[in-house]
Design a protein around this ligand. Structure first.
Ligand SMILES: *[C@@H]1O[C@H](CO)[C@@H](O)[C@H](O)[C@H]1NC(C)=O
Length: 537
């Protein structure tokens, strides 16, 4: 309050104290924006401290394993400064009149993992204590420190005069699930690199940690392979502009890494590969009609050894470009009719003793690809179709459940088989429709099935899917945000503390305003307004 008086006494010779007090009292009745997703334990008090952009510092704790020069944290400090002080260039003029008390955020981590890449089991735990003039943020890893910086940035709020405050706070936080992903589909529509980078920024605001890059599919092959350049030069929508070069991919990976986000590439086969066939002859199965090739092609041809040689070379490249220990092999929606029509495939079936059971052929194919990628030290993820059609499931490790209906029944089946699960079914956000039903994505209970504790641990997380039929850079952000944030809270926060839609609603409204202010075109949830409107249009 003294600060307020001083600021305004610097501008007006005789401030109307009465009016000022009234305004301040009104302000105090407003709710303060809270953290999204909700931390596991959170204690805050009404004791508040002023923050001044010109007297605000980030620093490393003396005991910290990482020190100045740590790429991940140095970069995060640069990013979070303008996020904490969104209009600091304006505020500067006012604040020059006050001698601001310094405030330091001191970060300490147990491991110097600054140059590493986030792993599936990297700790994201952090403790944050905010007291007078000081916040201390402790984490096991730099990834945990990044999550804590995000939380700190959300604790800071402004009053109606633009002054910044943070309350005395005590937070202990960690994610409920290890895998919290968003899938972007860059095949059905090409997404410019900038749109991907922006999505990664927004993901970090909601503490997502996996970018599942569904990079190629039937319509186009935008990944520019160094081993097989024809795949994109013939398979992309446009070979010069609608592609991801090696340097684009490196940029995405590095941008993601600095935000503690893993990049999980998906090269989906044997189906969803029409675009691959344009640049790689003899890869797809020629379909037959009336005893002759019809000129159309089906899934990847599983009967040729050249197929497996091609896949081995492609995945060798992919695993050298993408550092993640996981790789998504797809395997969904295989239509057997083309395989059935092809005499060479049928002959191969006989030779292999598969009879007429095409699920055996599908399993053989997937197993071969799994073997190729595990020889490259990659853990494979497959869509649930592979699990459903597969008798010998011991070659599988992680299954992504995507089909609608009783998806928890499927989750239960997969964990009973001892495999890990990623749940996507309830979070298909690409489908247009009433968007006010964010609660649909919030009231999802991934562990509400009958099973042992051990089995529930096999549910490693969930994923929001943004398929690209109706989505490109024009509508990506509003379609994702803030609805994906509802899923983010489900995957990060404690379920009991976040089971009420009514309680979450004002907090999500506030968070949406924060996203807008950070330049993310998050759509409105309901009637209302934000203190600071979106300036980016
Ligand atoms: C922060 O402090 C202010 C002013 O004392 C109070 O009105 C507000 O409710 C506090 N916020 C939280 C989250 O404790």
């Amino acid at each position: 309050m003294e600060v307020m008086y001083m600021v305004y006494s610097g501008r007006y010779t005789r401030p109307n104290l009465h009016l000022l007090l009234l305004i301040i009292l009104q302000f105090d009745l407003r709710t303060v924006e809270a953290v999204w997703p909700l931390p596991q334990t959170f204690t805050s008090s009404t004791e508040r401290y002023s923050l001044y952009s010109q007297a605000f510092y980030f620093g490393y704790g003396r005991q910290s394993a990482a020190q100045h020069g740590c790429s991940v944290l140095d970069d995060a400090f640069k990013r979070y400064f303008p996020l904490i002080f969104p209009d600091y260039t304006h505020a500067y003029d006012f604040q020059r009149f006050v001698s601001g008390r310094p405030f330091t955020v001191e970060v300490s981590v147990d491991h110097d993992d600054c140059e590493s890449y986030p792993k599936e089991d990297s700790s994201e735990r952090y403790n944050l204590t905010v007291s007078a003039g000081h916040a201390s943020l402790n984490a096991e890893t730099v990834w945990g420190a990044i999550r804590g910086l995000e939380t700190f940035s959300q604790l800071v709020y402004q009053d109606d005069f633009g002054s910044y405050f943070v309350n005395k706070t005590e937070i202990e936080d960690f994610p409920r699930f290890q895998f919290r992903g968003i899938l972007l589909d860059t095949s059905r529509h090409f997404l410019p690199v900038q749109a991907i980078l922006k999505t990664l920024d927004a993901m970090a605001y909601s503490k997502f940690n996996v970018f599942h890059w569904h990079i190629v599919d039937d319509p186009s092959f935008p990944y520019q392979s160094s081993t097989f350049p024809d795949l994109s030069s013939k398979g992309a929508f446009r070979p010069m502009t609608h592609i991801y070069t090696q340097s684009d991919v490196r940029r995405v990976i590095s941008h993601a890494r600095l935000r503690g986000i893993r990049v999980l590439p998906e090269f989906d086969s044997p189906s969803h590969t029409q675009s691959w066939g344009k640049g790689q002859s003899d890869l797809l199965t020629p379909c037959y009609k009336g005893g002759a090739p019809s000129g159309t092609f089906g899934p990847v041809n599983p009967a040729l050894s050249s197929t497996y040689q091609f896949m081995a070379r492609l995945f060798k490249e992919v695993s050298s470009v993408f550092p993640d220990s996981y790789i998504h092999l797809g395997g969904d929606e295989v239509d057997f009719s083309c395989w059935k029509s092809n005499p060479d495939v049928r002959a191969f079936m006989q030779k292999m003793g598969f009879g007429t059971d095409f699920t055996k052929l599908e399993a053989f194919y997937i197993e071969s690809i799994v073997n190729i990628t595990s020889a490259l030290n990659r853990t494979s993820i497959v869509w649930q179709d592979v699990f459903d059609n597969h008798e010998r499931r011991n070659s599988l490790s992680v299954v992504e459940v995507w089909k609608h209906g009783c998806y928890l029944c499927e989750v239960r089946k997969v964990v009973k088989a001892g495999l890990r699960v990623i749940l996507a079914s309830p979070w298909y956000l690409d489908q247009p429709g009433p968007t006010h039903n964010w609660a649909r994505y919030y009231t999802v209970w991934p562990l509400a099935f009958k099973g042992t504790e051990e089995q529930k641990k096999l549910v490693i997380g969930g994923e929001v899917c943004m398929w690209g039929e109706y989505v490109d850079a024009t509508n990506l952000s509003p379609r994702l945000w803030p609805r994906a944030s509802a899923a983010a809270e489900r995957l990060w926060s404690d379920e009991k503390q976040t089971s009420s839609v009514e309680k979450a609603s004002p907090r999500l409204q506030d968070f949406r305003c924060r996203l807008l202010r950070r330049g993310i075109q998050a759509e409105p949830l309901y009637v209302g307004h934000c203190k600071h409107e979106y300036q980016g249009v």
